[in-house]
Design a protein. Structure first.
Length: 435
């Protein structure tokens, strides 16, 4: 399975897809999926543009709108988490994830999905202590304070992710996990970004929420962006830290989409079920930092266009040319049944006020609401055993027999997902606020 990882997109989808195509063609690679670590800027309208919190000189439509209105189509399935520069009015309509455009999927506040045997988790936003325990009270149109806090991470989303079984292949975030510089070449990082040194030395660099998820979920790979630089690390896990899952996490942060920046990395990641079959054992055995993992990181910067400069940092063996994946798992994006069960069992904890959210336990504690077999069976029955995520495009026929294609509105996507679980959207805007 070939995964293209992107740092901060900043709405530059045309450059991203052109760069991925260049690398794919030059090296004979079939890219199965693109994952983006935030600042995606899925701006559809002027209203969305007003909800984008960034300096005025950077407020522009960019190229996402072409993929939304049908002028272009994303050539490869693209997943993204939110960052701190997003079209928050658009993201507001998909709190539990959904299609932002055909073949482009937003993971919402937090999520777990499956693709071709890979289990991919994600958390959006950045960490701010003063917002962390509050409810999600922000609603469009956002005032000057809410347009900032709307993209802050919330403890309930971390709690939910910590209730899942930690057999996670990939964890996506925008923010770096706090303390990650201890496991990579910090000196090189500080030569490039001198202003990061003081925060790193005081353990204030990065998100403590994402740090907790790294240790609780123990993903095989963890990708981030936000700080506009390349940084790789290998984090060993021990039983004393608590948690379950893999023996090491391979972390990679990438830059923003600009010429001659390290914003793109292609990795070959074997789904865990195939690793077990090939190796005869689970892939989570403890490994020393720097040991080869079996996943490959290609040398791709040679003669690539400026927009496609790449980093080779968490593996050594070059990738061989490839055909499309032969994984036995379906190459379609699917809901994760356990995550759906967690959403259902924790919906009563949802808080839409300025007050702190009351959780049963701290997320750092062992899971107390991991779904039971009966809860999982409810989800399986509710979805009829089919967890393929319905497409955003629907074909409709008018009274004259003319067929056309329409996009399912984000709020409708959210309503349909929650209704299958017997739930309603707690974030529905008041009349007239949604489109």
């Amino acid at each position: 399975m070939h995964v293209a990882v992107i740092g901060c997109a900043h709405g530059e989808l045309e450059k991203i897809y052109d760069s991925v195509e260049h690398i794919s063609s030059r090296h004979g690679l079939h890219i199965d999926i693109i994952v983006c670590c935030g600042d995606f800027q899925a701006v559809r309208t002027e209203e969305d543009l007003r909800s984008l919190n960034c300096p005025q000189k950077y407020k522009r439509m960019n190229s996402f709108v072409k993929y939304f209105n049908g002028e272009k189509r994303a050539p490869i399935l693209t997943l993204f988490v939110g960052g701190n520069h997003e079209a928050s009015s658009h993201a507001f309509e998909l709190p539990y994830g959904g299609w932002a455009a055909p073949n482009i999927y937003y993971l919402g506040h937090a999520n777990v999905v499956r693709f071709g045997g890979l289990r991919i988790a994600g958390i959006s936003g950045i960490f701010k202590e003063y917002s962390y325990r509050k409810g999600r009270f922000e609603k469009p149109p956002f005032n000057n304070k809410d347009i900032v806090s709307v993209y802050h991470q919330r403890e309930i989303d971390v709690f939910r992710l910590c209730q899942t079984t930690p057999n996670v292949d990939i964890l996506l975030s925008h923010d770096w996990p706090r303390g990650i510089t201890r496991f990579g070449d910090a000196n090189r990082l500080f030569r490039q970004k001198k202003h990061l040194m003081a925060d790193a030395q005081s353990n204030a660099l990065g998100s403590r929420a994402v740090e907790l998820l790294m240790y609780r979920l123990r993903p095989r790979f963890q990708f981030a962006a936000h700080l506009h630089c390349k940084f790789a690390a290998v984090v060993p896990h021990t039983e004393q830290q608590g948690g379950e899952g893999n023996g090491v996490t391979r972390f990679l942060a990438l830059d923003k989409v600009l010429p001659r920046k390290d914003f793109l990395q292609v990795l070959e990641i074997t789904p865990e079920v195939e690793r077990r079959s090939d190796d005869g054992h689970a892939g989570g055995s403890a490994q020393q930092p720097g040991e080869a993992s079996g996943e490959n990181s290609p040398q791709l910067s040679e003669e690539a266009p400026p927009e496609a400069e790449s980093v080779a940092s968490i593996g050594e063996a070059p990738l061989a040319p490839s055909a499309p994946s032969t994984s036995s798992a379906p190459l379609s994006l699917e809901y994760d049944p356990e995550w759906l069960a967690v959403i259902k069992s924790t919906m009563s904890l949802t808080n839409t006020s300025h007050q702190n959210t009351q959780l049963p336990t701290d997320p750092s504690q062992p899971p107390c609401l991991r779904p039971s077999e009966s809860e999982l069976e409810f989800v399986r029955e509710a979805f009829g055993g089919n967890f393929a995520i319905p497409p955003i495009e629907e074909h409709v026929t008018d009274e004259h027999g003319n067929r056309s294609t329409m996009l399912v509105h984000p709020l409708v996507q959210t309503e349909r997902l929650l209704s299958k679980l017997g739930l309603v959207n707690p974030f529905v805007p008041p009349p007239g606020a949604g489109r």
